[in-house]
Design a protein around this ligand. Structure first.
Ligand SMILES: Nc1ncnc2c1ncn2[C@@H]1O[C@H](COP(=O)(O)OP(=O)(O)O)[C@@H](O)[C@H]1O
Ligand SMILES: N[C@@H](CCOP(=O)(O)O)C(=O)O
Length: 352
């Protein structure tokens, strides 16, 4: 059996919109079997790949390989290598504890898992760097996929891609879900990603820092949360974020962490102010839970596109989480919390 494990991730970390991401300790897992001695099932599963699924989204995630984000992604990788289907008798069991549409990078993890799946079943021998190129054709912001693939606290930038390639219908797009946009079998070979689309650097992460994820029980689709953002920004707001970003990436490596420095360095004017319309209580939570009111807290932000809140802290985890749960409750929102740590290894494949 082949096991593919991919961590969830929290993107942006305040000022680092579409730039920063940290992989965290909830793992999507695929158990892959290719049973060459099996007799042909009837009906033959689409694309030769049967899927079973447990965990978050089990009641609605598609189990047809043409529609499931993980297998559609794998198929894109296979098609780029002249393979139209999965090897006969492929079975993929998906175990997914990452909540969907909450800002913890479930789609990024699915895309990374799908590219790794295509690589292993197609016996393609792609490096992690090359697999990232495929991920970035499908999920077009690098922060989640880069952190999930490479592990730890990561900053990344993209090369600009050819607009003609980007319009090709054969490429599945993570963000236009739930209905498959792209990924169509036009009979044409999809465009292979250019080499080296994404470039990254791993930052340090002080060992004392843990991540509290407060996860509301409603979803915000990333596509919707990107639609509320403006098309242009003032120089003042961009400079506000650049200044904080430059300080934050090093501040989070220092031991002991400096709470006052980090708290202010995690402020943002690029995405959080616009997303408050989608997340009741967001502005109040970000402003009122501080290192002064809650010793041990370092900083607080929206995780990815939300609605999860990410609080970085060294201590007092339960008190910090309870306060944010209470504030969501005042807005009529039920939420739960998890204490997470960076997943430094990123995505892994093991054979047993
Ligand atoms: N394990 C999975 N298997 C199949 N599809 C998935 C999986 N995880 C996420 N997805 C797809 O990605 C969508 C969520 O993506 P998105 O809106 O970007 O939110 P998130 O913040 O969780 O990444 C889900 O509604 C589902 O369509
Ligand atoms: N930079 C993106 C990150 C989206 O992360 P997700 O976990 O919500 O998918 C954005 O903020 O739109």
């Amino acid at each position: 059996m082949i096991t593919i494990r991919v961590p969830c991730s929290s993107a942006n970390i305040g000022p680092g919109f579409d730039v920063l991401g940290v992989s965290l300790s909830i793992w999507l897992e695929l158990h892959v079997k290719i049973d060459r001695n099996a007799s042909t099932p009837s009906p033959k599963p689409s694309l030769n790949c049967s899927i079973t699924y447990e965990g978050e989204g089990a009641d609605h995630v598609p189990l047809d390989a043409r529609h499931n984000l993980i297998t559609r992604t794998a198929l894109y990788v296979l098609q780029c290598h002249d393979k139209r289907e999965f090897p006969a008798f492929t079975h993929v069991h998906i175990i997914n504890p990452i909540p969907l549409g909450r800002g913890l990078g479930s789609s990024g993890a699915a895309v990374v898992a799908g590219v790794m799946l295509g690589n292993v079943v197609g016996d393609l021998g792609l490096s992690k760097d090359r697999m990232m190129d495929y991920c970035l054709m499908i999920e077009r912001h690098p922060d989640n996929v880069m952190a999930a693939m490479m592990g730890g606290f990561v900053g990344s930038y993209l090369l600009e891609l050819d607009p003609k390639d980007m319009e090709r219908k054969e490429i599945p797009l993570a963000e236009v879900l739930p209905e498959p946009a792209g990924g169509e079998d036009t009979g044409l070979k999809p465009p292979e990603p250019p080499l080296g689309i994404g470039h990254y650097i791993k930052f340090g992460w002080a060992k004392e820092i843990k991540a509290i994820a407060i996860i509301p029980d409603f979803e915000v689709a990333t596509a919707d949360a990107r639609r509320v953002l403006p098309k242009s920004y003032t120089a003042k707001d961009m400079i506000f974020n650049f200044q904080r970003l430059a300080v934050l990436t090093t501040a989070l490596t220092r031991s002991p962490p400096d709470a006052d420095l980090i708290f202010l360095a995690m402020q943002d004017k690029v995405h959080q102010p616009y997303r408050k319309t989608l997340i009741p209580g967001l502005t109040e939570i970000l402003a009122s839970v501080t290192p002064k009111s809650h010793p041990g807290l370092l900083g607080i932000c929206l995780s990815g596109a939300g609605p999860t809140i990410l609080a970085l802290a060294t201590d007092n985890f339960e008190k910090i989480a309870e306060e944010i749960l209470r504030r969501f409750k005042e807005e009529g929102i039920h939420s739960r919390w998890e204490l997470l740590e960076p997943a430094h290894d990123g995505a892994t494949v093991t054979y047993s």
